[in-house]
Design a binder for this molecule. Structure first.
Ligand code: SF4
Length: 462
């Protein structure tokens, strides 16, 4: 008899095959009478687990035998001859991420309020998502099957959270035993198979900084070029992450880290021809420093981890000013009135953005103002724009001056105008006395370049 009733986690059920979600009209898939809801079970006798398998097993093949389970329950065998370049015109269900089996001291899931969107609690640890989207995995629970798949299907690059090469420290940070924490053999196997690795360190003061960080950087640098870069991002504490073993990242800590890592970067650039170990933008901003120049970042290998975003933004802003310089006169509303509004952003980015906007105002007669919005939803030291919520913007609305307000597009879900606290953009807009827009840089630049000729002058959020 069971002591507890166990409810299965229905969201994690993996059915065999991969489900088709869309079929393009007139495509090969449509010709084969494939429909949404059908599942592809095998290609040329090989089991298909997800759309990556389908892509891998059908790629480059002209003669195919595809086993399909129709949504009606019927089984079909399709014998296909196609041109090599002919696409099937199929879209598939999303990959259900594998979950991690770690208990990291700093896990972001523990730092979420209970009301946060369910997706923020997904503890994914999945080599497929690492390859597809640059999600980091720790490799602690990678199976033999997954390892073989990465190698066979060339799922490269892989993004690996190393945190520390010192085994004691890594095990301590991940909350696992040393045997699981030890990924040296797994890294070696990936490297021997020519899988490129980008590494990450979540920097926790007094745990993996100082000498531990130096050893981590140099141990990983010894694996260059197979390990091609290391991202060093600061620990983020929210009001919900109550972990006494963690120490907050301070401006002084950031300045010391820039000094110490700066020396290693110079040494590594001379020896490897790349900065190799990149510090997160937050470290420079929190230290009150400007971010490094473009050349420091090379081809921005860790941009998916947010490293070099500020530099990219500043460069785009400078290019925009040059472009605007080529047109003549001030930028005004169609009525001839000065362009006057407020840009809301995270407190961390407020200072550099203010400096950029000041240059814009001085050159083009605009009256744009930047206001840094506190993050009350997550609290702690969370200060980036992307984690601001509807409630945070509302709490700062008294500080809006001018005819409109802009919030960063990145505060909305990528596929829906909804913020992390569940508030929809329309709901927030209704509570502002002036028009409120959610912009990314491109939308903002497009508005300015057009001289805000349209009314409403600014582009609505997608
Ligand atoms: S690997 Fe660590 S930080 Fe990532 S989800 Fe798992 S416990 Fe959280």
């Amino acid at each position: 008899m069971y002591e507890f009733a166990v409810t299965p986690a229905v969201t994690q059920i993996r059915r065999r095959g991969v489900e088709i979600s869309e079929v393009v009209d007139g495509s090969l898939g449509a010709e084969l009478e494939l429909e949404p809801g059908d599942r592809i079970m095998r290609v040329n006798g090989r089991v298909v687990r997800d759309y990556l398998d389908f892509r891998f097993q059908s790629g480059g093949e002209t003669d195919l035998v595809i086993d399909v389970r129709k949504r009606t329950g019927e089984d079909w065998e399709l014998n296909i001859e196609r041109d090599e370049a002919e696409a099937f015109g199929l879209s598939f269900e999303q990959i259900v991420p594998r979950q991690c089996a770690n208990e990291c001291l700093f896990c972001f899931c523990k730092g979420n309020p209970e009301t946060a969107r369910p997706s923020l609690f997904v503890r994914d640890e999945d080599v497929r998502l690492s390859f597809l989207y640059g999600n980091y995995t720790t490799l602690t629970s990678i199976t033999e099957d997954e390892m073989r798949r990465v190698i066979e299907q060339r799922l490269t690059p892989q993004y690996v959270s190393v945190h520390a090469t010192d085994l004691d420290v890594r095990a301590y940070l991940l909350g696992v035993d040393q045997e699981r924490a030890d990924i040296r053999a797994k890294m070696r196997r990936l490297i021997d198979a020519n899988i490129e690795i980008h590494a990450q360190v979540v920097l926790c003061p007094e745990i993996n900084d100082g000498e531990i960080l130096r050893r981590t950087i140099y141990d990983l640098a010894a694996l260059h070029p197979n390990v091609s870069s290391v991202a060093i991002v600061p620990l983020g504490l929210t009001r919900y992450l109550k972990e006494e073993r963690l120490t907050a990242v301070t401006p002084e800590f950031c300045r010391r880290t820039i000094r110490e890592v700066g020396e290693m970067q110079r040494d590594l650039r001379a020896r490897l021809g790349t900065t190799f170990a990149f510090l997160g933008d937050e470290i420079y901003l929190k230290a009150g420093r400007t971010v490094p120049a473009r050349a420091h970042y090379g081809d921005y290998p860790q941009i998916e981890d947010g490293i070099g975003m500020v530099r990219t933004f500043e460069n785009m802003f400078a290019a925009l000013l040059r472009k605007l310089d080529r047109r003549s006169g001030a930028i005004t509303r169609p009525s001839g009135k000065a362009l006057c509004g407020t840009i809301m952003t995270g407190t961390l980015f407020a200072a550099p953005l203010t400096a950029m906007v000041t240059r814009l105002n001085e050159r083009f007669g605009t009256s744009l103002r930047v206001t840094g919005v506190d993050n009350d939803y997550f609290g702690g030291d969370v200060s980036v724009a992307g984690l601001l919520t509807g409630g945070d913007f509302l709490a700062a609305r008294e500080r809006v001056v001018g005819d409109f307000a802009i919030i960063p597009r990145v505060a909305l879900k990528s596929d829906e105008p909804v913020m992390l606290d569940g508030m929809r953009l329309e709901e927030l807009q209704k509570q502002f006395e002036v028009p409120l827009y959610a912009f990314d840089f491109k939308q903002f630049a497009a508005g300015l370049e057009a001289g805000f000729a349209r009314e409403p002058a600014l582009v609505e959020a997608a």
